[in-house]
Ligand binder design. Structure first.
Ligand SMILES: NC(=O)C1=CN([C@@H]2O[C@H](COP(=O)(O)OP(=O)(O)OC[C@H]3O[C@@H](n4cnc5c(N)ncnc54)[C@H](OP(=O)(O)O)[C@@H]3O)[C@@H](O)[C@H]2O)[C@H](O)CC1
Ligand SMILES: [K+]
Length: 487
């Protein structure tokens, strides 16, 4: 069976899986031999001109993988030199060390040479504290000498759980990992420190890798079955009616970006609900998108009697925070899904409990904070350095009974029931003004069409990234909606 590239397994869970593999009769030393062989293969394939493999071996099984790789590289004719420490006695690493007797030199003895490639087998899943001073000095020396690094499982110094370095950390060109990706391979800055990923099957059965800790890489399988169909026979109202709230004249463009994205997602109707000062400017810009002037709570209450309104986006360029809160509580009563973005989020800073009460019951709220907005709403979670971005998003989702899209180069989508996905495929060009407004509109459009909330958020984030890839370099947020229908 092919290896599952979409499931993310924490280092601790991987330890349990290793144990379960051993308990089911799988030879753990065989797994280590396979791991080391994959590492050697990557070194030989990617650095055919290398003259010396500098293998850094730690005290545990990560080091054991290094000893296996060192032996195979030597057998292939490469000069190999090991630095580091002897393995802890009695385990697989000691057995691997015995395959290849010879010196293990102190770190300080390494003199970088042209043609060196480092195999970093110091620490992997077992890293639990900052690396020591001698390792830190070696990391600096390797950086100065620009020696390429192939990391075994994880660049030493990087937490596989959080994607954050615990202290000094290698920056690898390649990382070879086994059985399943770990969150730290995708979360930033881990993703950048890992370089190119090589996920290798070392013979752990897939049935053991399926964990109950439901964290995935964001991918089609999470949402494809829930994508709204687009049969030509559908009446326009069955394709949903999305409402996007516009801010005042000066910031009215944000709502247009959201509305256009929602329309391109196939929402049957999209209406911009405009504050009076923005009505004229919206009227000159909008064609396929409708407009309705909404002056105050009374007018909104009136309109919300229309049961065909099937999804709402509030926040982009909205401005008036008090009004945003008042409108949001009316939308909550209306019972349809709501995307709360930008000023809509800021409006609830210090009032998250109020927001949670508004949206109790079936989950129908999506929050789309970027880093700064997340901190504004959830300072305690943002400041807790023991938490990963996944932990933070999940805790916020649970507290708010909302799907949280914690945006960034490593956007995390989390549901109140614990499901979470890390999106690792968005191009850097997406970090542009108005891009968040487009994302809110895409998710709003999918929700208005009846897609379930977590699935709509996962699909929206993926489509947003893919639209950016298709728009190419130099994109502006206005370019994105045009690429959505092809997705
Ligand atoms: N299924 C698989 O994926 C397999 C993976 N393999 C490899 O095994 C490692 C994990 O091995 P493990 O022995 O659990 O852990 P490490 O080798 O990463 O760490 C070993 C010990 O190092 C000590 N430690 C931790 N942090 C530091 C630090 N900053 N400085 C110094 N020492 C540190 C710690 O021991 P202590 O007693 O000192 O606390 C660790 O226990 C995995 O990454 C893969 O490479 C298997 O080969 C095959 C199956
Ligand atoms: K390593």
């Amino acid at each position: 069976m092919a290896i599952d590239r979409t499931v993310l397994v924490s280092p601790d869970a991987m330890g349990q899986i290793d144990k379960a593999a051993a308990d089911s009769g799988i030879d753990s030393f065989g797994l280590m031999r396979s791991a080391g062989a994959h590492v050697a293969a990557v070194v030989l394939a990617r650095f055919p001109q290398a003259q010396r493999a500098v293998v850094l071996c730690g005290p545990g099984n990560n080091g054991g993988d290094g000893h296996v790789a060192a032996k195979l590289l030597e057998r292939s004719g490469m000069e190999v030199q090991r630095f580091g420490m002897e393995p802890k006695p009695g385990g697989d690493a000691a057995r691997a060390r015995a395959l290849f007797p010879g010196d293990i030199c102190p770190f300080a003895d390494w003199r970088p040479r042209a043609g060196d490639v480092i195999v970093d087998a110091l620490f992997g899943a077992g890293l639990d504290r900052p690396v020591s001073g001698d390792v830190e000095a070696l990391i600096e020396r390797a950086g100065r000498a620009k020696t390429p690094v192939v990391a075994v499982d994880l660049p030493s110094g990087l937490s596989g759980r959080t994607g954050e370095p615990t202290g000094a950390c290698f920056r690898a060109l390649h990382t070879v990992t086994f059985a399943a990706l770990k969150p730290g391979h995708l979360l930033m800055p881990g993703r950048e420190l890992c370089g190119e990923m090589h996920l290798c099957d070392i013979g752990i059965p897939a049935r053991l890798i399926a964990s109950d800790d439901t964290v995935w890489r964001n991918h089609r399988g999470l949402y494809a079955a829930h994508m709204p169909g687009s049969a030509a026979s559908q009446h326009k109202y069955t394709r949903g009616h999305l409402v996007v709230f516009s801010g005042p004249l000066i910031s009215s463009g944000a709502a247009r970006l959201s509305a256009m994205a929602g329309l391109r997602c196939g929402a049957g109707l999209v209406t911009v609900a405009a504050q009076p000062s923005a009505v004229m400017v919206q009227a000159t810009h909008l064609t396929a998108i409708m407009q309705r002037a909404i002056r105050d709570v009374a007018e909104l209450t009136d309109w919300l009697g229309d049961s065909r309104l099937s999804g709402f986006v509030i926040g982009p360029g909205f401005g008036d925070l008090e009004k945003a809160r008042a409108y949001t509580s009316l939308l909550a009563e209306a019972g349809q899904p709501v995307v709360l973005d930008a000023d809509g989020l800021t409006a609830f800073a210090g009032k998250t409990e109020e927001l949670a009460e508004l949206f109790a019951g079936e989950t129908r709220l999506v929050l789309t904070p970027h880093e700064g907005e997340f901190r504004r709403l959830f300072a305690d979670l943002a400041d807790d350095v023991t938490l990963s971005k996944i932990d933070r998003a999940r805790a916020a989702a649970r507290a708010q009974n909302a799907v949280v899209v914690y945006k960034g180069a490593d956007s995390v989508i989390a549901a109140p029931d614990g499901r979470a996905a890390v999106n690792a495929d968005a191009p850097a060009s997406l970090a542009t003004a108005g891009s968040g407004d487009v994302l809110a509109g895409i998710i709003g459009g999918l929700l208005a069409r009846g897609m379930p909330v977590f699935e709509a958020a996962c699909a929206g984030v993926a489509m947003h990234g893919e639209a950016a890839r298709r728009a190419g370099r130099g994109l502006t947020a206005e370019d994105l909606p045009a690429h959505i229908p092809a997705l």
